[in-house]
Design a protein around this ligand. Structure first.
Ligand code: ADP
Ligand code: MG
Length: 398
């Protein structure tokens, strides 16, 4: 038992991306797209989606799906202060500091020194030549994560780089990863770039993918779970793998602490309470700010919970009418849109901390949680406060 208590933290990792194929769940469609991009000369990839949906994890396990022992893996993160030049210097120095020193030495030989000059020195052409050099012995795989942090003004030159690499069918792949609803938020979309850049959209996970995470972790721990508890996790996690891991971790440990190898509905309830207590202070206070009111009979908490439970599309957006169903189930009363339209409005305003984001045209607004991680928190809080009727889980598990 003791050993398993420790091991639970290896199989359930709410705060770290997956870097082991055996723990990677689902995402078959996205893997196929990304693997195709890697295998095709002249193709590169952009993995995009919400924060916390598993973009970095996908890039991490990608190599293990492409049989090629010659891969030269390079991974860098964009920082807000990065320029095109500084970013590529990071890429180049990454190679010098890892095991492949044999292909290093690039900075000294080829790249003009930057001192006394404001100009950018790394150009798409320099990158192409360096890729060619590496490419004689290795297949470079350059992953640029947090691409959304790169200043807008460097995006056109990035597009040019992709185009240059593609036009010359350079051996190697560039994989860009960024938080966005669509690729054009991240890179200029002229047609030539579109052809060269495979778009891998990472939506929320399906309930069965969430369940796979739980099953993989519990298999590793040689534990099992009651089917009902598994269904509930699938609803509570709201397609966000972070919460699947968090609930898996707490629930397995709760079970182990009571000397059981089976996660039950009771151990899950306990896990939810712990997950809520452990939530970031920023999330807790944001939800408080959004729902606080001097009037006791106010609807803010119920409407927010209904928003969190509203049927949403794969990018997490919903319309006012999607809120009506959950609202009626939670309160047991036939609320209609006008009775909570004002609440939706206020949730999208600064005075309630902009907990929701509103997009689209009047009367056809679509809402989403500004911070996607807040949505499962609100759901779990409602669950812990017994506000969600059990019928809800039965209908939404699959
Ligand atoms: N396919 C997957 N299988 C299992 N766990 C995953 C998967 N994708 C993501 N996770 C988990 O979800 C959390 C967020 O993943 P991460 O890759 O960091 O997301 P992103 O890069 O999109 O912010 C991490 O705890 C990670 O372990
Ligand atoms: Mg990431």
């Amino acid at each position: 038992m003791q050993q398993k208590l420790m091991d639970a933290g290896r199989f359930f990792t709410p705060s770290a991306p997956i870097d082991e194929r055996s723990l990677f769940a689902g995402r078959i469609e996205q893997l196929v797209q990304a693997v195709d991009a890697v295998n095709q000369k002249g193709q590169h990839a952009m993995i995009f989606g919400d924060r916390g949906v598993g973009k970095t994890s996908l890039a991490n396990v990608l190599s293990s799906f492409v049989p090629n022992s010659n891969i030269l893996p390079i991974r860098v993160n964009c920082d807000t202060g990065d320029s095109f030049d500084s970013l590529w210097r990071k890429v180049f120095s990454e190679v010098q500091t890892n095991d492949h020193t044999v292909v290093g030495g690039f900075l000294e030989n080829t790249l003009p020194k930057r001192e006394d000059a404001d100009e950018e020195f790394v150009t798409p052409e320099i990158i192409r030549r360096q890729m060619l050099r590496w490419g004689t012995r290795f297949t470079p795989r350059i992953v640029v994560d947090e691409f959304d942090r790169l200043d807008d003004r460097y995006r056109p030159i990035f597009a040019d780089t992709i185009k240059t690499l593609s036009d010359h069918a350079v051996n190697g792949t560039v994989v860009l990863i960024g938080v966005a609803d669509s690729v054009d938020q991240l890179i200029a979309q002229h047609e030539s770039v579109q052809r060269a850049l495979v778009q891998v959209k990472m939506p929320r996970m399906s309930p069965s993918e969430v369940k796979e995470i739980i099953k993989k972790g519990l298999d590793g721990l040689e534990m099992a779970i009651e089917p009902l508890a598994l269904e509930r996790i699938a609803v509570l996690a709201q397609g966000l793998p972070h919460y699947a891991h968090l609930l898996g971790l707490h629930a397995s440990r709760t079970a182990l602490l009571s000397n059981s190898l089976i996660v039950t509905v009771e151990s899950l309830e306990d896990a939810v309470r712990r997950a809520i207590e452990g939530a970031q202070q920023s999330i807790r206070s944001a939800v408080h700010k959004a729902t606080v009111s001097p009037r006791k009979d106010n609807l803010f908490a119920d409407v927010l919970l209904s928003c969190a439970l509203a049927k949403n599309d794969d990018m997490g957006t919903f319309a006012a009418q999607d809120v009506r169903g959950p609202m009626q189930k939670i309160t047991g009363r036939p609320y209609d849109i006008p009775s909570f339209a004002q609440h939706l409005n206020e949730f999208s305003e600064p005075k309630r901390g902009n907990i929701l984001k509103k997009a689209g045209a009047s009367r056809r607004f679509r809402y989403s949680f500004s911070n996607p991680l807040m949505q499962p928190y609100v759901v779990m809080k409602g669950f812990a406060e017994n506000k969600i009727p059990t019928s809800f889980f039965d209908q939404h598990g699959e």
